[in-house]
Design a protein around this ligand. Structure first.
Ligand SMILES: *Cc1c(COP(=O)(O)O)cnc(C)c1O
Length: 473
């Protein structure tokens, strides 16, 4: 992988360029019009070239995850462009935990994404893919001492979650005689569902206390960033406008104390084009129409634009999208294995992929359809059909009552929007996990092999005394 050779999206050091008066301005909806033609629609249509799903299943086995390189690149570019504004440097740090297939991360790094990681394992993966420490953002509520040592030594940005971690970071930086690039993760109440587990509260004085401790740490810490990640699949852009206000207020306070944060980090949480299940859905209905990211960009840029200088002459607007970038780029192909009439539910089919591969099916109505086939398309008599997975769990349901024609055994089906959290949260309950193929300019390439029984049990040890059946103690 030649990630290193690619141009990085590092915010160009302001020190090295001639001074240009900052030109922050509120972007008008009209100004963003140009972005509206790209976005989800183009990423989705990129899937048109995945070809014959039945043939892919025959070649690589069923079920099968399918990543579209074109869709992934299109969606990343669309996201970045939507969040590009005059007067600020945009940095997009891709959230690894959303989908850390090395091929997916590498494609996004080629596009200029930094790595946003929340564990030592993810940090190590980012380094193994050629990311320099300086382009890694280390988040999460649990970072071990040796992980912090590595991050500080390699110049990663560490967003601190709590006071114990802050003390540890000061200790680690002191012992290494280094200055830790430091961010503070901040939470605030914006409603009953606010994520207050993470970071320092802006509501109870903890942030101010943390600023004081960072200041007191002197050269061990350099406060570069203020960070908020308010949740996932946020449908209300106002949360980001509020986050901007909160971060700006704290940045001003930091400046009064003699510190100079330059990065306003808004985390992730931007929605994809998937739809929440009716029980969880918002009034106006989730599910994108191709311009759903624009209000989020407007909320953030508008607020940053109104308060010059809190983050320096040229603020860095950092974004850590996961779902909004990868969800649309992956699909799950599977096969109808049985048909049933289930009491209380009516028509049903069983397919060979369940919530083991689609844990997000508990919360979202994934698009699920038969793979294009003229024969089925012209078949009349579509009926509300429940789609069950193969697991021995009553809750293993991919979709309740979706309109489908009578599905023959062996028919291929395709589930859309499976790029976010499906693979990283997948489980190996009674079934090994399938292969992943990347559809790119070279045709289908396997980017993860399908698991076998020996992969699943590779780490087990059977004590010798248990080896012969019935040998006793
Ligand atoms: C999970 C996570 C993200 C990405 O969230 P999405 O909802 O997938 O965009 C970004 N930042 C942090 C700190 C996270 O934990």
């Amino acid at each position: 992988m030649d990630v290193k050779k690619k141009k990085s999206a590092a915010p160009r050091s302001t020190a090295r360029r001639p001074y240009v008066a900052p030109k922050l301005e509120l972007l008008s909806p009209m100004g963003m019009q140009k972005h509206r033609t790209v976005d989800i629609a183009s990423a989705e249509s990129a899937f048109e070239d995945i070809g014959d799903v039945g043939a892919l299943l025959a070649e690589f086995g069923s079920p099968l995850y399918i990543v579209s390189e074109k869709a992934l690149r299109a969606q990343f570019r669309s996201f970045r462009d939507t969040f590009t504004a005059p007067g600020v440097d945009t940095v997009v740090a891709y959230s690894y935990k959303t989908n850390y297939l090395p091929a997916v991360c590498s494609i996004l790094h080629q596009e200029g994404a930094w790595a946003e990681v929340v564990s030592g394992m993810e940090y190590d993966l980012a380094r193994s893919l050629g990311m320099p420490g300086a382009q890694i953002v280390f988040n999460g509520p649990y970072k071990r001492r040796e992980e912090l040592e590595r991050a500080v030594a390699e110049g990663a940005l560490v967003n601190v979650d709590n006071f114990d971690e802050l003390d540890l970071l000061i200790e680690v930086a002191g012992a290494l005689r280094k200055t830790a690039r430091t961010g503070l993760r901040i939470n605030f109440q914006h409603g009953p569902q606010s994520w207050t587990k993470f970071g320092f509260s802006a509501d109870n004085g903890d942030v101010i206390e943390a600023l004081g401790r960072v200041k007191k740490a002197g050269r061990s810490l350099n406060l570069e960033a203020l960070h908020n990640h308010s949740g996932t699949f946020q449908v209300n852009p106002n949360i980001y406008a509020k986050a901007a206000q909160v971060l700006i207020g704290i940045a001003r306070r930091a400046r009064e104390l003699g510190m100079a944060p330059t990065i306003a980090d808004f985390g992730g949480g931007y929605p994809s084009s998937i739809r929440l299940k009716p029980a969880f859905d918002v009034q106006e209905g989730s599910g994108a129409n191709g311009r759903h990211l624009v209000p989020f960009a407007e909320a953030i840029v508008g607020a940053l634009g109104r308060s010059r200088k809190a983050f320096g002459e040229r603020p860095v607007m950092m974004l850590e999208p996961g779902r909004a970038v990868v969800d649309v780029a992956m699909r799950l192909a599977c096969t109808v294995v049985a048909r049933k009439n289930v009491v209380g539910r009516g028509d049903a089919i069983i397919v060979d992929a369940g919530v083991n591969l689609l844990p997000t099916a508990y919360w979202y109505d994934h698009g699920i359809d038969y793979a294009a086939s003229e024969k089925l398309r012209s078949a009349d008599g579509s009926r509300a059909t429940s789609v069950f997975g193969p697991l021995c769990m009553q809750v293993d349901v991919l979709r309740e009552r979706v309109m489908l024609p009578p599905m023959p055994i062996g028919a291929p089906m395709v589930v859309s929007n499976v790029g976010a959290y499906c693979l990283t949260q997948s489980m190996q309950f009674i079934q090994p996990r399938p292969a992943v193929v990347l559809m790119g300019s070279k045709g289908p390439e396997v980017i993860r092999k399908r698991e076998t029984r020996s992969d699943i049990f590779a780490l087990d040890k059977l004590p010798a005394r248990l080896k012969s059946r019935g040998a006793g103690n």
